[in-house]
Ligand binder design. Structure first.
Ligand code: PLP
Length: 372
């Protein structure tokens, strides 16, 4: 990224030598991002992040289909990120029919309910690959099967923002026509992302202007950001298998350590144990206010969140946990602990000690004093 922050200031849309340097960097980044996501370079649209990619996918596909007289139905799930849910709700206010399909207690989409929500006038179906709160991975190829049967003209969009660091998106989202990713979830810079728009999928732009990105996302490119995203994604793909195994072991050490450090029944896990992202440890401590626990954890250097951390500072009960049928008291007792590449065993052990002490304190339990 540094050359494009420190002196190579060409605009890739220009005609001169400096512009060509930037243009070449963008096109190399496009090839790298395409290879990592199982797409062709011409199918990559660079955006200003995951939220923008989701907006472009959903609003763009729904409006294009309506303009072409195809239909007015938009279907999503109850556990999506607000970038998806609020985009769908906006379309609802603009006259589209919007349905939100429910999930089971682990956060897995109900395929029968999905089939029931689809019809021949459905235009877009948006199902996330992995949930950003509880880490549950959705059965995307089964979703595509239901779509092919019930709504063959609809396009499938997947928000793969949370999945890209840990799952092979090229394989897992092979059936999706539209795939959103965001660089800061896999070690890249914030404020840059991409949308895969497979050949044949038709969108109208959300941002109009100079016609960059095949007219689908106007605006001067964030050259340094795009180059950084491509480098981060390439490194992610190269090391994903070994990093996922290492982080899964750390996550289990964290979850097991917390369970071992607390009395029976003092902690329960949220999310689908069978598919959960390897870096996700989402737990409820019955009887303990998550908000109060987060303050104790923060004081002792453990950064965690309750609800969705993207809705900055908001500690409303999570719509994801509500959709999973978690009673509101348990939702208010739930925290999301996540790990990443920099996480170490020593940090996990320290976190276990801080978390179990905080939970015991808030639950009014005496601590066993170590004499060692
Ligand atoms: N979708 C999911 C699943 C997310 O987790 C996030 C951010 O956390 C987004 C979309 C939004 O991405 P961005 O922060 O790049 O706008």
């Amino acid at each position: 990224m540094l050359p494009f922050l420190q002196g190579s200031f060409g605009n890739p849309s220009g005609q001169h030598a400096q512009a060509r340097v930037a243009k070449t960097a963008i096109e190399e980044a496009r090839e790298q991002v395409a290879a990592a996501l199982g797409a062709k370079p011409a199918e990559i649209i660079f955006t200003g992040g995951g939220t923008e990619a989701d907006n472009l996918a959903i609003k763009g596909a729904a409006r294009s289909a309506r303009d072409r007289g195809f239909g007015d139905g938009v279907v999503t799930t109850a556990v999506e990120h607000h970038a998806v849910l609020h985009s769908c709700e906006r379309l609802g206010r603009d006259g589209f029919r919007v349905a939100k399909v429910g999930v089971d207690g682990n956060g897995v989409l109900d395929l029968d309910a999905l089939a029931a929500a689809l019809d021949e006038r459905t235009t877009v179906v948006s199902v996330m690959l992995a949930n950003n709160e509880v880490g549950t991975v959705q059965p995307l190829s089964a979703v595509a099967g239901v779509l092919a049967e019930r709504s063959p003209r609809a396009v499938l969009h997947t928000d793969a923002v949370q999945a890209a660091a840990w799952l092979d998106v090229a394989a897992a989202a092979a059936d999706a026509a539209l795939i959103a990713v965001s660089a800061h979830k896999f070690g890249g810079p914030k404020g840059v992302g991409a949308l895969v728009v497979r050949q044949g999928a038709k969108l109208v732009p959300v941002i109009d202007g100079g016609g960059q990105e095949r007219d689908l996302r106007s605006g001067t490119h964030n050259v340094a950001g795009i180059v950084g995203m491509a480098a981060a994604l390439t490194a992610t793909v190269a090391h994903r298998a070994e990093e996922a195994a290492r982080v899964a072991a750390l996550r289990d050490r964290l979850a097991d350590g917390i369970a071992a450090g607390l009395p029976d029944g003092a902690v329960r896990t949220n999310g689908d144990p069978a598919t959960k992202l390897v870096n996700n440890c989402h737990v409820a401590f019955p009887g303990v206010e998550a908000e109060a626990l987060l303050l104790l954890l923060d004081r002792d250097g453990v950064c965690a969140s309750a609800g969705s951390s993207c809705a900055s500072g908001a500690l409303e009960p999570s719509h994801v946990l509500a959709a999973m049928g978690l009673p509101v008291e348990l939702a208010r007792s739930s925290v999301r602990l996540t790990l990443g590449w920099p996480s170490t065993e020593a940090e996990v052990d320290e976190a276990v000690a801080v978390i179990t002490a905080g939970v015991d304190r808030l639950a009014g339990r005496a601590r066993r004093v170590s004499t060692g």
